[in-house]
Design a protein around this ligand. Structure first.
Ligand code: IPD
Ligand code: CA
Length: 259
């Protein structure tokens, strides 16, 4: 069967919506953390929202491989389409009561995203794009900013889960020195969608997971921007740079030598 990105997008949108609706129906359980540590929160709703998204994908496309944040250690079958699910991106925000979180579902062919949906239900925002359709937010077209100088750029970054031997401050220092004002918003997919919407000019994170960026990446590309994996750390973890395109070379030149 020929795989149509628009059909994959329909499933991605439904899966992201179902995940988000499940979380919204359970907001009273917002403080129900399964595990709290210094760098992360693991929430019961992370697992439940992932199950809701998986159920949609499994029923529409039985047998397809699904990479989900909560089951990332499970080996994946080699199927023509690989789905990538982040049930709640911005779990720490969610746990603390901030609305800046989202549910992300991407469909990938040959490791490239062909359709993606990013649903932020508490803010009423639904981003989508595919290789055959434009980047939209709530049905309205998105376009990246025209900012061409890093000193005038609003650059989002992340204080992700760092690992022994890594020094996240050297990246932050670089962004602080280069940008107009850096932002750490706490949900990578929404950072990238913000670049797509022209509300941020760039986003960089030295260690981020594929499920955080896959769906938002195509939204950005279809809005005229560029997502680049600057380094592959293995085990689905990468250094990622997302820009409006005009700033890409300057950001890359500044950040790549630090990796
Ligand atoms: C995290 C968020 C955060 C980023 C971290 C991610 P999670 O995802 O996207 O903004 O800085 O690197 O791990 O854990 O909330 O799904
Ligand atoms: Ca995430």
């Amino acid at each position: 069967m020929t795989l149509k990105p628009v059909q994959l997008l329909a499933t991605a949108l439904l899966a992201a919506r179902r995940a988000g609706e499940h979380v919204m129906a359970n907001l009273a359980r917002r403080d129900e953390a399964l595990r709290l540590d210094r760098l992360d929160v693991k929430h019961a709703l992370d697992f439940e929202a992932q199950a809701a998204a998986f159920a949609v994908i499994e029923s529409a496309w039985p047998g397809d491989a699904i990479l989900g944040e909560e089951t990332a250690d499970v080996p994946l079958a080699d199927t023509p389409v690989r789905w990538v699910v982040d049930p709640i991106d911005g779990t720490v925000n969610f746990f603390h009561g901030l609305p800046w979180w989202c549910c992300c579902v991407a469909a990938q062919v040959n490791n490239k995203t062909v359709a993606g949906a990013v649903y932020a239900p508490e803010m009423g925002l639904c981003f989508e794009a595919s290789t055959e359709t434009p980047a939209l937010c709530n049905g309205r077209p998105l376009r990246v900013s025209k900012t061409a100088e890093t000193r005038l750029a609003s650059i989002h970054t992340g204080s992700g889960k760092s690992y022994p031997g890594e020094n996240p401050l050297r990246f932050l220092e670089c962004v602080v020195e280069m940008a107009q004002r850096p932002r750490i918003m706490g949900a990578a997919a929404l950072d990238i969608c913000s670049v797509a919407a022209g509300k941020a000019d760039a986003y960089f994170e030295p260690g981020i997971y594929l499920w955080d960026i896959a769906a938002a990446g195509i939204v950005l590309e279809r809005a005229g921007g560029k997502l680049e994996i600057l380094k592959d750390h293995g085990a689905w973890r990468v250094a990622a740079l997302a820009t409006n395109g005009a700033l890409h070379a300057a950001c890359r030149d500044a950040l790549l030598p630090l990796l």
